[in-house]
Write a protein that binds this ligand. Structure first.
Ligand code: ADP
Ligand code: ADP
Length: 234
């Protein structure tokens, strides 16, 4: 069975006369995939992310994640968006622990064994090159470092699916490529399924093993490529 199955989805914003953001959207992602979704600005990439995570429910069609119809925000999914949204009054470590405080089945374990979870955070911080920064507040970190911490927070509850919406958008080219390697290693090491939304084709080709290309509004999937690309036949 597919981990993510989207079929014939229409999503319209702002009522019956509003913007049809995606139409006839269909997509499948399998366990262990690293999928990228590419397309021009405004084609509905973020909408697709929100449909999979249950932040939006479509008017038409079905979204199934891990065998369940998505009708509300999904707790087996980790999310990281373009702008890191860390709480300024909490340290980096406390920010990364947040999903555990929210997801019911982790909350009891967190209370019972905080030490174990702090070690998990420290391990993740080390993976993303932030060893020793857990006690800093977000505003004491650079933009790139906050993006890394954001990734740790998306991973702390061991999601089956990691949804990344332009997570490197605000970074300089050098930091971005360093984080590409971090993500690629995470995918290889932890076997988490990843869906990455980006308008950067180079980023998609470097990271993903499946690339979905979306059309301009209303968005739908035009093509699915396997990477490495097959040589076009003439
Ligand atoms: P992308 O992520 O590819 O840039 P989006 O999914 O953000 O595209 O947007 C797809 C379309 O839906 C765009 O035309 C956008 O203007 C519109 N849209 C997105 N969010 C809203 C919203 N909350 N209200 C109204 N229109 C929206
Ligand atoms: P940017 O987001 O500005 O591109 P990076 O995330 O690449 O920066 O950070 C560059 C390096 O600068 C980091 O790896 C870190 O060693 C150092 N650095 C940045 N901010 C701090 C800080 N607040 N405390 C300690 N070192 C920092």
């Amino acid at each position: 069975a597919h981990l993510v199955s989207i079929d014939d989805v229409d999503m319209r914003y702002g009522g019956a006369e509003g913007t049809l953001a995606v139409s006839g959207l269909a997509m499948r992602v399998d366990k262990g995939d690293f999928a990228a979704v590419v397309g021009p600005s405004g084609c509905g990439k973020s909408t697709l992310m929100k449909l999979v995570t249950g932040l939006h429910i479509p008017q038409v069609g079905t979204v199934i994640v891990a065998g369940q119809h998505v009708t509300q925000p999904v707790s087996i999914v980790g999310m990281a968006f373009q702008n890191p949204t860390m709480l300024p009054w909490r340290t980096t470590l406390e920010n990364i622990l947040l999903p555990l405080e929210i997801v019911e089945r982790h909350r009891h374990r967190l209370r019972a064994n905080r030490r174990e979870y702090i070690e998990k955070v420290e391990h993740l911080l080390e993976l993303v090159g932030l060893k020793g920064f857990g006690a800093k507040f977000p505003w004491q970190l650079s933009g790139g470092m906050q993006q890394r911490a954001n990734l740790c927070r998306a991973l702390i509850h061991e999601p089956e699916l990691l949804m990344l919406d332009e997570p490197f958008g605000a970074l300089d080219a050098f930091t971005r490529e360093e984080l590409w390697c971090v993500i690629r290693d995470l995918h290889a090491a932890q076997g988490v399924t990843i869906v990455l939304v980006t308008h950067d084709l180079r980023e998609a080709a470097f990271l993903a093993d499946k690339i979905f290309v979306m059309s301009a509004r209303p968005g739908r999937i035009l093509k699915e490529h396997r990477v490495p690309f097959e040589r076009p036949r003439d």
